[in-house]
Design a protein around this ligand. Sequence first.
Ligand code: UDP
Length: 235
Amino acid sequence: MKTFSVLNLPVHLSNNYEELIINRIDNGESTHVVTMNSEMAMMAQKNDELANAIKKADLVVPDGSGIIFYLWRRGQKQQRIAGIELASSVVEKLGKRGEDYPICFYGGAPGVTKKAAKAWLQKVPTINITYNHGYLSEAQLEAWCETIRQIQPKLILVGLGVPRQELWIMNHRHLAPNAVWIGVGGSFDIWGEVKERAPEFFCNNHLEWLYRLYQEPYRWKRMLALPHFFLKSIF
Ligand code: UDP
């Protein structure tokens, strides 16, 4: 697969990530998928553990306008893809295949993950989802790991935020060695309808960050990484 370096981190270039992921599921190939946006790339500059997890991942998908701009400045034409849309299309495909394609959702606040799973069940009645929220005690987490081991899901979505989810996947993917594991950030919040995705206008005009800042103003400090990333893209 074609790989390009973004601030010393690998990004895999493709025009069909969904197909890549489905093929790996069908082949039972252990896969850690990272959807990398500019905030994550900047965080990894200072966080060696996160950088290591990204380098070890099997598929790093460029997520968001910042990374696409960085690639474009270096002559790489790459279509923009949002991590949540990629995860959605894979969940939908597997869900339609029915119960032999178990999926796990892990992360999000108590109640929210359940709402997200229910929303999916309503949309795709044949889907087989087992879920747990992201605030488990040590004992609960141990039991959850055992559940994952028993289910051997084909797909595990982990929404614990960055970098927690990337590190968790790296350290736990042995539990289901034939599965695809994807870090999905706040996707359960969106499927569980506690947060909204930016309206199309914002997405189409590379302003998703602005909507996010409006919805979650407490993120402003973290988001200072964005203009910094932009400058690094240009030079
Ligand atoms: N979260 C969690 N456990 C934790 C901390 C966070 O499950 O200990 C969840 C939180 O409920 C939210 C997600 O992780 O659903 C973080 O979402 P965010 O959009 O902040 O992700 P990021 O921007 O860090 O990828």
